[in-house]
Design a protein. Sequence first.
Length: 293
Amino acid sequence: MVVLFDSEGSASRTHDRCRRAFFLEQHFELQNGTPEALTDEALAEYIRCFCTPDAIHASCEDYRASADIDLEMDEEDEKAGRKVECPVLALWGEKGALGKLWDVLEVWRQYAGAPVQGRALNSGHYLAEEQPVRGAAGIAAVLCKLRRNTMKSKQIDQVPKTFILVFETGDELAKGLLEFAEQEKLSAASFKAVGALSSVRLGWFSWESKKYEPSVTLDEQVELLSLIGDVALKDGKPAVHAHAVIGKKDGTAHGGHLLEAHIRPTCEVILTESPIHLQKQIDPQSGLALIRP
């Protein structure tokens, strides 16, 4: 924290305000990755808001807290196993230091118990001014995903019992499949699907950690080229296991275990119930719940 005085040490408000404005202007010049984005009007509004004694005091307290009480509270949360339980969207400027120093999404996943998504935007520190459209679009997409699934289903055959499931924009695929399996009390089924997604997260099974590790995260419009999977009972409840192949606009493809996928604009699933019950049991070598016919 720097305290500024005039040459006589008096609290000349006009002189002090000019110094504060100069400090802010220098900060904006250093941190702004898109000079033309921060207009004179926006700069004047920043200076108006931040040049009051209360605003300066609050800003200093905020930075000071990050060096002591914030760390103490973080340590208490970690010991208690408390994590962020709401979906997390992380956006940062690729022209700044943040993404160069840390894997931003991986850091947030250590603190979050809910899905984490995000990406770097072509900007410096001031995302709201430098990338207003993309920033707002990212927030709107997350809010859209928070709504309840609007998936519609219809039984199209009796023997074997077969359903068509149609997901719409904003629906989450993995969650929707599990909800349907629970609703229909499925004990054994298989399914396949095609569609398009606004984002997807895939994983792969790590033999060392004995769990599915995130391997592919795409926050962009992609094609769901193929989805195949099954439903079986685990501890008496339906469990969904699915693998997906994703196509990007450049023609490249990614595949893996489905962790999370958000629909845009549609996904069509054909699900067929199996005539026998399939039970999953824990495999001692892998730690996975595997089907035991």
